[in-house]
Design a protein around this ligand. Sequence first.
Ligand code: FEO
Length: 171
Amino acid sequence: MISKHLNDELNKQITYEFYSSHLYLAMSGKLASIDFIGAATWMRTQAEEERIHALKIMDYIIEAGGEVVITGFEDPTVNANDIKGIFEQGLEHEKFVTGRINFLMDLATEEKNYAAVNFLNWFVDEQVEEESNAETIIRSLKLIGNDGNGLYQIDKELGARISVGTGTAKA
Ligand code: FEO
């Protein structure tokens, strides 16, 4: 079982994960429009991952005997017009999501809901990985600057990211 409070906050998290998916899709479109096709592919894969995160939480609520409520969200806005700025916005967004996961973990811990703590641990690890991935890409982009050859190479590398997970809620 999960408390009403934790159930509500997990439902909110489903919305944040779907919002994340939309934001990365918007970033993918922006990157394609400025000819970074590889980076656009990377972002599209990230959007798929976020959708899987949302479904993972949805499945957990059902398993825990809670109630899933799906709500809408605001339009995603990409604030930057260059590849580095777009990845920087992505990193800032991930930091926000990490804060949300930490909040959920605090709540589950306070309620002594150790099953939920165990479930949320996956997301704690995932956030470390997601922030680290974004930081690594930003570091490379800073080194490359406006070097055309470097930008070409990194775009190619980012485009090599293949689809993640199995596409199911259990991925
Ligand atoms: Fe689902 Fe990027 O955190």
